[in-house]
Design a protein around this ligand. Structure first.
Ligand code: ITT
Length: 215
């Protein structure tokens, strides 16, 4: 059975809508320090697969402020822990840098190689492609990362928004300060957030691929 590996209950609540026959596995996989969430997710999936000895997905996500060069990006968890989301929002507003996006990468590993997919690429090449993927704000890209050991398949999703004063009680993490289409993610139900979110896009791309692969 597929395992969704995370320590974050908020992610599990959102993932449930996409993943039948999936067990959440609470495992704090070691997060490598890297400037791309693709690299973090891929390494996390390899470690989680070795730990679980079963097919796994991990998802790594972050908030990227457009006019702050993508800060906090891959360091979003650290910044949430040290500054807190309200201060991040204040900082962005003070800098007049409120355009932002969430990005999510779902990484799948089952120990096997994958069939033909977009060319395997090394990490440096992949970074260039990630920037383009940001702009598309869609989950249409996936790729197999062969470098560094076990192959890992990646699915990405992004959603644009604006940083505002905190509103709403739902969601988790940066959701109260992230407004999309007039409402913050914390003002939406899980289903409403999923319909537009970075995680929703990445998970639906994964679920479609995984279903086809199984049949
Ligand atoms: P795992 O790594 O165990 O899955 P995590 O909470 O550390 O859990 P990430 O590294 O992916 O997950 O998250 C990085 C940061 O981004 C962290 O501060 C989260 O709260 C935040 N975050 C991730 N997805 C989010 C979302 O959908 N809405 C708001 N904040 C989010």
């Amino acid at each position: 059975m597929l395992r969704y590996v995370t320590t974050n209950d908020g992610k599990v609540r959102e993932a449930e809508a996409y993943l039948e026959e999936v067990a959440a596995l609470e495992y704090d996989y070691p997060e490598i320090q890297a400037d791309s969430i693709e690299a973090v997710a891929a390494e996390g999936a390899r470690a989680a697969y070795r730990h679980a000895d079963a097919p796994v997905i991990v998802d790594d996500a972050g908030l990227f402020v457009d006019d702050l060069e993508g800060f906090p990006g891959p360091y979003s968890a650290y910044v949430e822990d040290t500054l807190g989301v309200e201060r991040v929002g204040r900082l962005a507003r003070r800098e007049d840098a409120t355009r932002a996006r969430f990005r999510c990468v779902v990484a799948y590993c089952d120990g096997a190689a994958f069939e033909a997919s977009p060319e395997p690429v090394d990490t440096a090449d992949r970074r260039g492609q990630d920037l383009a993927a940001d702009d598309r704000a869609s989950a249409a890209t996936d790729e197999t990362v062969a470098g560094g050991g076990l192959p890992v398949k990646l699915f990405t999703g992004a959603v644009p928004g604006r940083l505002v004063e905190p509103r709403g009680d739902g969601g988790f993490g940066y959701d109260p300060i992230f407004e999309h289409d007039g409402r913050t993610f914390a003002e939406m139900s899980a289903a409403e957030k999923n319909a537009v979110s970075h995680r929703g896009r990445a998970l639906s791309a994964f679920a479609e691929w995984f279903q086809d692969r199984d049949t």
